[in-house]
Design a protein around this ligand. Structure first.
Ligand SMILES: *Cc1c(COP(=O)(O)O)cnc(C)c1O
Length: 426
């Protein structure tokens, strides 16, 4: 059986209901295969216009008077993201980085639950999440319990070593918060969030969901899931640009019960410009704001999120699954015979917005790929992530990228496996 041809890819593009989206992006080099949108999304054209206008007219012309239109950006853009995530207005705000927001939420949660001494995180969780959990635990004298991550399927929910097992094994009522990603950053495995939340809640633990790789590409319904807290970045599938500010979600009843972050700042203050003597935070997630927001980043996020909303998350998910299934077929046909492993789930239903392949010479392949105008996202020692952005990635782009990777690996110009190198990821 032969795999998909370039003509098959072109036919899929011709039939793609989201094909119009690609024209909404800056594509300087049509021959460049950009497969890193899960790391930094392509630049929407409308963002170029909006930033130019904000810089020239609002900053250059309006100067300090423009704060009238800027001041509510963290809440306004938060509400737009909330709409994508099934979160009611006022429960999501945009500020700072995912790292800082996770710190603020975890710190606040631990202060609100002083009788609980354990935080749970997967050992294969995104590094900054692990560091934040370890940092908060170290500062407060808490214990960290780690869920052993499967390299393909991500952290297990069931079983002794899974989220359920660990939460249950710990002294009853001792887990404060479970921190977990909805989509695994390495393999793109989608967590069974419902089951994970149920397991955590059985142990009385709160859940802080990291949506960095999920927001804008996988449907999420925070309200229905009942998670307490969530964070995520905006420069991946939400298209906010390099260093654009992150979002955070707080379940409304927790704010009503007094949850707050330990870093108090005037952007959370009721009647901010009264400059009152004492800290009196507003209601809603806005009380998790701290200082002056990054306006240029925020307006870029607003445009990126607007484009995602225009395309619609259901259509985005459908294209995303078609892209991952197509990538799997082409990789199986062209790269598997060259010793490349598949390091993502095999079903597109369980896979987020990228796929991961494995080869011992991943780093050298990545360098050669860039020279051949393929931009993947290499994760040493042996993984190459292929980001498949439903709004901007064409099926032909995926086919061309795999074709070039096959030429690179097949030429033998990258070093072969080292003798005695361990088994490859399947
Ligand atoms: C990308 C990503 C982050 C990024 O954190 P920053 O503070 O924005 O650098 C955090 N967590 C996960 C799971 C991510 O994928």
């Amino acid at each position: 059986m032969t795999g998909p041809s370039r003509g098959d890819a072109a036919a899929l593009d011709a039939a793609d209901p989201l094909a119009w989206c690609r024209d909404r992006f800056v594509v300087d080099d049509p021959d460049l295969c950009y497969l890193a949108g899960n790391s930094l999304g392509r630049l929407p054209r409308i963002t170029v216009e909006r930033l130019a206008r904000v810089v020239a007219d609002e900053w250059g012309g309006g100067l300090v008077r423009s704060w009238e239109r800027w001041i509510d950006l963290p809440v306004r853009v938060g509400d737009a993201i909330g709409t994508l995530l099934g979160a009611p207005p006022g429960t999501v705000v945009v500020a700072d980085s995912t790292t800082v927001n996770l710190h603020a939420l975890l710190d606040g949660a631990c202060s609100a639950r002083p009788d609980r001494g354990v935080l749970v995180v997967a050992d294969g969780e995104f590094p900054t999440d692990r560091y934040v959990v370890d940092g908060v635990a170290a500062a407060r004298g808490l214990t960290v319990r780690r869920v052993a991550t499967d390299p393909i399927d991500g952290p297990p929910v069931d079983g002794v070593g899974g989220i359920a097992g660990i939460a249950a094994a710990v002294e009853p009522g001792d887990v404060a918060v479970v921190v977990v990603s909805a989509v695994d950053f390495r393999s793109a495995a989608i967590l069974d969030v419902e089951a994970a939340v149920a397991a955590a809640h059985r142990a009385g633990a709160w859940v802080c969901l990291d949506l960095s790789h999920a927001a804008g590409v996988v449907p999420i319904d925070l309200d229905a899931l009942g998670v307490e807290l969530a964070v995520g970045c905006t420069y991946k599938h939400l298209l906010g640009g390099p260093g654009s500010p992150a979002f955070l979600y707080v379940r409304p009843d927790l704010v009503a019960a007094g949850l707050r972050r330990p870093q108090w700042g005037w952007f959370a203050q009721r009647d901010q410009f009264a400059m009152g003597a004492g800290f009196d935070p507003v209601d809603g997630a806005a009380r998790f704001l701290a200082g002056t927001p990054a306006v240029l980043g925020l307006v870029a996020v607003e445009e990126g999120v607007g484009l995602v909303a225009e395309a619609g998350i259901e259509a985005i998910r459908a294209k995303s699954q078609a892209l991952t299934a197509f990538a799997r077929a082409v990789v199986a046909d062209r790269l598997a015979p060259l010793g490349v492993g598949w390091a993502s789930p095999t079903e597109s239903e369980r896979t987020g917005g990228h796929v991961t392949i494995a080869h011992p010479d991943a780093v050298a392949i990545g360098v050669a790929a860039r020279a051949d105008r393929v931009v993947p996202d290499v994760r040493p020692p042996d993984r190459i992530r292929l980001g498949l952005s439903p709004l901007s990635t064409a099926f032909v782009e995926v086919w061309d990228a795999v074709d070039r990777l096959a030429a690179i690996i097949g030429s033998g110009s990258v070093a072969g496996p080292e003798p005695g190198a361990g088994p490859r990821v399947p």
